[in-house]
Design a protein around this ligand. Structure first.
Ligand SMILES: [Fe+2]
Length: 235
């Protein structure tokens, strides 16, 4: 399995605070069954701005340890009009050097020029994956908003723990509906701290297994991620 979303690098964002925490998180990831983990540290303009080369160095250092998943470079980029520049200048990162990027929106407010930002990225051949759609108020209030984003060519990554109610009732309702309608392409933990999300994974799996087919679950946990890591399209 591939954990598609994580904050495992020490001191880069609001995730792991130090090397020890990073190691603990990575060992927990391995224990629950992830053999790969995409490091999607927040990249937020004027807030979290650790450039790619520094994060690569951290990944290299962490990867020396045994019994942890393979760590893959990525970012969770907070939407901003200059995203293309951030990527071209190797500040923020695509996933595994591919054309795919994971991005996030503000949780509680709408972006007025979203369509322009998306167009600009797509004109530059980036393929967009929205992190945890179920957590945004705009989508909790209007499920059809997701279809508008889908029509723009955006793929969706949901968080494992959303189905357990970890992010509140509204997020749980949305993710359930998304899974039923096969709107989710990837699942990720969005882990920030040791002894948090991974403890909830067995419960999350049980709930997700009741909603989706075995094949779709395999796509969500593994196959789709493996495709995009090779820069391929998802069927
Ligand atoms: Fe995140």
């Amino acid at each position: 399995m591939v954990d598609f979303h994580s904050h495992i690098l020490p001191g880069v964002d609001d995730g792991s605070k130090n090397y020890e925490q990073s190691m603990q998180i990575l060992m927990e990831a391995k224990e629950v069954g992830f053999d790969k983990i995409i490091s999607t540290s927040h990249y937020a303009y004027n807030c979290y701005e650790i450039p790619e080369y520094k994060r690569k160095e951290m990944i290299q250092e962490l990867s020396q340890e045994e019994n942890i998943p393979e760590i893959i470079l990525g970012s969770e980029i907070f939407i901003t009009y200059n995203m293309v520049d951030l990527l071209k200048e190797f500040k923020a990162s695509t996933i595994n050097g591919t054309n795919y990027i994971l991005f996030e929106l503000p949780l509680r407010s709408e972006i007025p020029n979203l369509k322009d930002v998306i167009n600009k990225l797509q004109e530059n051949n980036y393929r967009l994956i929205l992190a945890h759609p179920e957590r945004y108020l705009v989508i909790q209030n209007d499920f059809n908003y997701l279809y508008k984003l889908q029509d723009m060519g955006i793929l969706f990554q949901s968080n494992y723990a959303s189905i357990t109610g970890y992010y509140g009732h509204a997020a749980k309702v949305v993710v359930k509906k998304m899974l039923k309608n096969k709107l989710v392409s990837f699942l990720g933990s969005d882990v920030h701290r040791p002894e948090t999300i991974y403890k909830l994974l067995p419960k999350a799996f049980k709930k997700i297994e009741k909603i989706v087919s075995e094949d779709y679950l395999e796509d969500l946990t593994t196959n789709n991620a493996e495709l995009i890591l090779r820069n391929e399209y998802i069927n």
